[in-house]
Design a protein around this ligand. Structure first.
Ligand SMILES: Cc1cc2nc3c(=O)[nH]c(=O)nc-3n(C[C@H](O)[C@H](O)[C@H](O)COP(=O)(O)OP(=O)(O)OC[C@H]3O[C@@H](n4cnc5c(N)ncnc54)[C@H](O)[C@@H]3O)c2cc1C
Length: 518
């Protein structure tokens, strides 16, 4: 028979019964239950619109026996003498390195932080001593900002690259095959480091280089062309091209570019709070049931509203997750979220942020104004605390909206601890005002969302880069500096693990072209 794709709705109680799924798919395809044809689930999501959530499965019926490629895609190949320096071992950097290797170009990855395993020790010090290592933290180190995260792998930027290829490469390096099926796949912080390590092994086995503890602090320029970088003060590394994938938190790199006269532009970004609810409350709001059916994943949400024409939206929602300190320098406080693969923690958290426009902070279009604004809020949040640890100011949602200090706080997943503070006063006025108007409205749409069981923690300030490093639309080279290829989230061309990975691949291909090796 000609293969067909059918959609079936399955009760959560039956999701672990392959026969029930197969029979439902055969019936939908108009075939008898004993038909001798293959069935394979190709997509899985949850439809929670009705009172009883259902799994929605897309099933391919009658496919010829096709085995998905699962072995490593990259094999050692003969490398030419061209050297490309990749600054940053985040998703953009590592996917770029693998793409260059496919084309016979040796990538030299330089990373300011430590390898993904050693990095864990520095994360621990944030919790135990309040110590932020400016080169090794939740944003910096092998795997980049994505390594100790929720590991959500969905992106809306599907037109910017081949999402399937990115997912296949993750699977080839140890991710479960389900990420190809789930509509909203995620990996979790316990799975990601192993995958990152496997990717590094591939890069090195195929002839690439990866150097940790190597912070780039300058660019070597000759006649409007980048010919290399300087690292750790004295080390000089020459290259045929430099791919810059340093992420949205590398303020020192943005400043170095500006000091060198290399154009960097301010761009809109967002700022707000991490909002944390008990997970059962989120299950009740979005699944209409609590406790939820044990076969359903922890409920998640993505919500948005407008306040006086300004966007307020949720960001990086982590069901069954933890709020984490994502600061990158001593003396600042920045929050984000992560989860483990099981997403079993008792809390749900998400960024709830307000759109920051250029004329709010950088009317002069000066990128320094945007960076300074972001940094000043993060420093104020730290200064409001004990001046030592990463304790976060927090407020019950009802108190935040009413402008009252909370007399006590509910429990939180945030390990450094929370303390009662007037978050409504600590945030920039426009951010606080927009959130205080948005929350009651969100509470009306999603009953209980603004309950006093929920609290806001501050500050969520690194949703995206406040600056862009502009590049030529066709060559992807910096608009005025030859040989420099801005890439990934820090350059303003990605937002999330998969889109950064796709941008890494795309920019690597542009470098192949520019070196005449396509
Ligand atoms: C806690 C947390 C949770 C997140 N959760 C998710 C999620 O669930 N799903 C999702 O899609 N996205 C998530 N994100 C965002 C995601 O991680 C980023 O969008 C993505 O990692 C960006 O990739 P990148 O390669 O462009 O930059 P990054 O991942 O930021 O990597 C940049 C790398 O460059 C290095 N670097 C910086 N400066 C220098 C220098 N001067 N010299 C050498 N190296 C340098 C850094 O150490 C870092 O390793 C999360 C982020 C955080 C912080």
């Amino acid at each position: 028979m000609k293969p067909v794709l059918v959609e079936v709705k399955i009760d959560p109680d039956h999701i672990n019964r392959p026969h029930a799924i197969r029979n439902a798919a055969l019936q939908k395809a108009g075939l008898p239950s004993g038909a001798d044809v293959s069935t394979r689930v190709t997509r899985r999501s949850v439809d929670a619109r009705s009172r009883r959530p259902l799994f929605v499965l897309q099933v391919a019926v009658g496919e010829p026996d096709a085995v998905e490629p699962r072995e490593a895609i990259f094999k050692p190949i003969r490398l030419g003498d061209r050297r490309v320096i990749i600054v940053g071992a985040g998703p953009a950097g590592y996917f770029a390195a693998l793409t260059l290797l496919e084309h016979g170009i040796r990538p030299i990855v330089v990373e300011r932080g430590k390898d993904v395993t050693l990095r864990r020790k520095d994360l621990k010090k944030i919790y135990t001593e309040g110590l932020i290592n400016p080169d090794s933290n939740y944003c910096f180190g092998e795997g980049g900002a994505g390594a100790y995260s929720d590991g959500k792998l969905y992106t809306r930027a599907t037109k910017r690259g081949n999402v399937g290829r990115v997912l296949d490469l993750l699977i080839a390096n140890g991710a479960p095959g389900d990420i190809r099926i789930d509509a909203h796949p995620h990996l979790g912080s316990n799975m990601l480091p192993r995958i990152v390590r496997a990717m590094r092994d591939d890069i090195i086995a195929c002839g690439g280089e990866v150097h940790f503890d190597t912070r780039v602090d300058d660019f070597i320029l000759e006649n409007g062309q980048v010919t290399g970088v300087r690292a750790n003060g004295a080390q000089k590394l020459s290259a045929d091209a430099v791919l810059l994938a340093t992420g949205h938190s590398a303020r020192d790199i943005f400043r170095t570019l500006m000091a060198r006269g290399i154009l960097v532009e301010a761009k809109p970004f967002a700022m707000g709070v991490r909002i944390e609810h008990p997970q059962p409350l989120i299950d009740r709001i979005f699944y209409h049931q609590s406790p939820r059916n044990e076969n359903l994943p922890a409920a998640s949400y993505r919500i948005a509203t407008q306040v006086d024409g300004r966007g307020v939206f949720s960001f990086c929602m982590c069901p069954g997750g933890y709020v984490v300190p994502a600061s990158t320098a001593p003396g600042e406080l920045v929050l984000n979220g992560m989860s483990l693969a099981s997403r079993r923690a008792p809390f749900a958290n998400a960024g709830l942020v307000v759109e920051i426009r250029l004329d709010d902070v950088a009317a002069d279009n000066n990128p320094l104004s945007a960076l300074d604004f972001q940094a000043s809020v993060e420093q104020a949040m730290f200064a409001a605390g004990d001046g030592v640890t990463q304790q976060a100011p927090a407020q019950r949602v009802g108190d935040f909206v009413a402008g009252n200090l909370s007399s006590n706080l509910p429990k939180s997943s945030y390990i450094p601890g929370i303390y009662s503070a007037p978050v409504h006063d600590l945030l920039p006025p426009m951010v606080a005002a927009s959130l205080r108007k948005a929350l009651p409205e969100l509470g009306r749409k999603f009953k209980g969302f603004d309950s006093n069981e929920a609290k806001v923690l501050a500050v969520e300030s690194r949703t995206s880069s406040p600056v862009r490093i502009p590049r030529d639309r066709d060559t992807l080279e910096h608009v005025s500096v030859k040989g420099l290829f801005p890439c990934g989230e820090g350059a303003g061309y990605a937002g999330g693990i998969v889109s950064a990975a796709m941008d890494g691949e795309k920019v690597a291909l542009a470098i192949v072209q520019s070196l005449g090796l396509a």
